[in-house]
Design a protein around this ligand. Sequence first.
Ligand SMILES: Nc1nc2c(ncn2[C@@H]2O[C@H](COP(=O)(O)OP(=O)(O)O)[C@@H](O)[C@H]2O)c(=O)[nH]1
Ligand SMILES: [Mg+2]
Length: 175
Amino acid sequence: MSELKFIFTGPPGVGKSTAIAAVSEFAPVVTDVLATDELSDIKAQTTAALDFGEITLDDGEKVRLYGTPGQRRFSFMWEILIEGGLGLVILVDNSRPDPLADLDIYLENFSGFIRDTGAVIGVTRMESHPQPDLDDFAAHLERHGLALPVLEVDIRRREDVVQLLDVLMMTCEPA
Ligand SMILES: Nc1nc2c(ncn2[C@@H]2O[C@H](COP(=O)(O)OP(=O)(O)O)[C@@H](O)[C@H]2O)c(=O)[nH]1
Ligand SMILES: [Mg+2]
């Protein structure tokens, strides 16, 4: 039996753990440890290994949700996590200095996976940081030759995360 598996990625503190916790049907498995590097000023805890949760879709199918470790020193795990994955959610924190450059890191690291499967981009903290706006993201993606859906989300809200997953399902479904 194949498992349906979606992966959440994005910079540390963007909300991967929060998003998975918002929709998971059981208390998500979170493996955070104290930040020991450049992040320790920003966050007391950061994801060292991964997040894991599960959600049942309207059609009864169960989907496993994994969050990638945010810190670059754990990036070797990204390859392992995406194995067999059905699609990728890239979360971007619009309050960071250069959200489009952040996005590029994940577009590059997951380029093969994005080409073979599908991806959706969720932009957080737009309520306080409206720039770059969704048009800027779309134009940026177009320059990369990509046409990925970009949504404004507050991943603390369950319905926003569900919407991301719905859109991802649609982009991943074979025509
Ligand atoms: N104000 C605001 N806070 C957000 C938004 N999205 C995420 N957050 C907060 O950002 C933090 C993300 O932390 P966490 O989920 O641990 O990030 P992770 O490192 O990606 O797993 C949480 O405190 C969220 O409540 C948003 O759209 N607006
Ligand atoms: Mg986390």
